[in-house]
Design a protein. Structure first.
Length: 271
């Protein structure tokens, strides 16, 4: 689901006018991309990332002009709740209900551990990527390197690129597996690499935190994210509730958070 990509990027764009821009000059696009990348490799090594992960992730990476074009052509999200929810929820309701049944036992175990109901997790899953169908096709490390090289939000994306290398180093994904949205979100609920490192869990017990392919890992990691931001077990998630504020930690757009809440309520009442 590309809406969250755009919405996330809009929130990130608030950092356009960072103070101390001159301090960033040495670390973003005032040199060639190859020279910048060589410096970044040294920085990654200095921060303890293995040379194997650095080489696997960054060797041969090139600038992606398509990512820069998308970053510069973002439009303000202006749909109303009625428009957005009306477009997004009805086509996904039947499949969402089926997912509730298919993963019922997994969702029950997740709620027992994290306190987040399955309806909320399935609603987010459906809105983000159509339940894992549309996770994005941009090579994540290339996208992040491009945005880190660009001077608009260099510090933020340098940190995300570093965490992407740590995901590779930890063995969760290979660089080739890391494909997602243009702004670097990956997995079936579109985690940025920093969120992956903080909140991804191995719920299926296979030794990997795999938010690309494992539905139990996807759903449990999403629950862990929400729980870490203060989700209150057994409480409502409608607008005005404390749990609605947690949904806005997932996505700051009130329209998006209201759509998640509405979708979850519809799933709770589905036969």
């Amino acid at each position: 689901m590309r809406a969250r990509t755009a919405l996330t990027a809009l929130v990130l764009s608030a950092a356009l006018a960072l103070p101390g821009a001159s301090a960033l000059a040495a670390s973003c696009g005032n040199t060639s991309f190859d020279a910048w990348l060589a410096d970044f490799k040294k920085e990654a090594a200095g921060k303890g990332v293995s040379q194997t992960a650095i080489d696997a992730g960054l060797n041969g990476v090139t600038l992606d002009q398509a990512v820069l074009s998308r970053d510069r052509s973002q439009k303000v999200f202006s749909q109303s709740f009625e428009e957005f929810s009306g477009r997004m929820v009805p086509p996904r309701l039947a499949r969402g209900s089926n997912m509730m049944k298919q993963y019922g036992s997994v969702l029950s175990r997740i709620e027992e551990r994290y306190g987040v109901p399955g309806e909320v997790l399935v609603a987010i899953w459906g809105l983000e990527t159509d339940f894992g169908v549309n996770t994005g096709k941009f090579p994540t490390i290339r996208s992040l390197a491009t945005l880190a090289y660009d001077c608009r939000r260099a510090d933020q994306f340098r940190a995300e690129l570093m965490d992407a290398l740590r995901i590779v180093e930890r063995g969760d994904l290979t660089p080739a597996e890391m494909r997602g949205a243009w702004a670097g979100e990956i997995g079936q609920t579109q985690f940025m690499p920093s969120s992956w490192m903080k909140f991804a869990v191995d719920f299926d017990g296979n030794g990997r935190r795999d938010l690309m392919h494992s539905a139990p890992d996807v759903l449990a990691s999403t629950a862990n994210y929400l729980a870490s931001y203060g989700w209150q077990r057994g409480k409502d998630w409608e607008p005005g509730s404390p749990n609605f504020a947690v949904l806005q930690q997932w996505n700051k757009s009130e329209v998006y958070a209201r759509t998640v809440a509405y979708f979850a309520t519809q799933l709770a009442h589905a036969p």
